[in-house]
Ligand binder design. Structure first.
Ligand SMILES: NC(=O)c1ccc[n+]([C@@H]2O[C@H](COP(=O)([O-])OP(=O)(O)OC[C@H]3O[C@@H](n4cnc5c(N)ncnc54)[C@H](O)[C@@H]3O)[C@@H](O)[C@H]2O)c1
Length: 103
């Protein structure tokens, strides 16, 4: 089974690396190209215990990172993990989510 994860922040990166550690084929997509370049080299932009070790073990094998949504064409399941920051009124800003769905 091939799994896509859109948004490789706190939720998405853990999700992508965790699923790859169970030997699923995983594609992680993000619009932040500097983050994606780091991830392709096995460098985690955030700290969680053991995260970078597991990332290094699976990256460029069964775990691919890209800014290219075309890599999601033959994917079975997609997890949407983009940010939904609160605005001043406390409402969630869903614009990142809608943009990801459109892409
Ligand atoms: N972090 C937590 O502990 C936590 C807990 C519970 C729920 N959540 C929810 O999970 C969701 C994700 O939170 P997070 O903390 O991982 O956010 P985050 O800000 O750490 O990561 C979001 C990622 O999405 C990327 N992104 C934004 N728009 C995109 C698009 N169109 N296509 C691809 N990538 C895009 C950003 O570049 C960023 O890397 C939010 O809805 C949040 O409320 C988070």
């Amino acid at each position: 089974m091939k799994i896509g994860v859109i948004g490789t922040g706190y939720v998405g990166l853990i999700q992508a690396v965790g699923l790859a550690s169970f030997n699923y084929e995983v594609v992680g997509i993000d619009i932040d190209s500097s983050k994606i370049e780091k991830l392709k080299k096995g460098i985690s932009p955030l700290y969680e215990e053991s995260l970078e070790d597991i990332l290094k073990k699976h990256v460029n094998k069964n775990l691919i990172f890209s800014t290219d949504y075309n890599l999601l064409k033959d994917i079975d399941i997609i997890f949407l993990c983009v940010g939904t920051p609160q605005d001043k009124s406390g409402k969630a800003n869903l614009s990142f989510l809608f943009s990801a769905v459109e892409n």
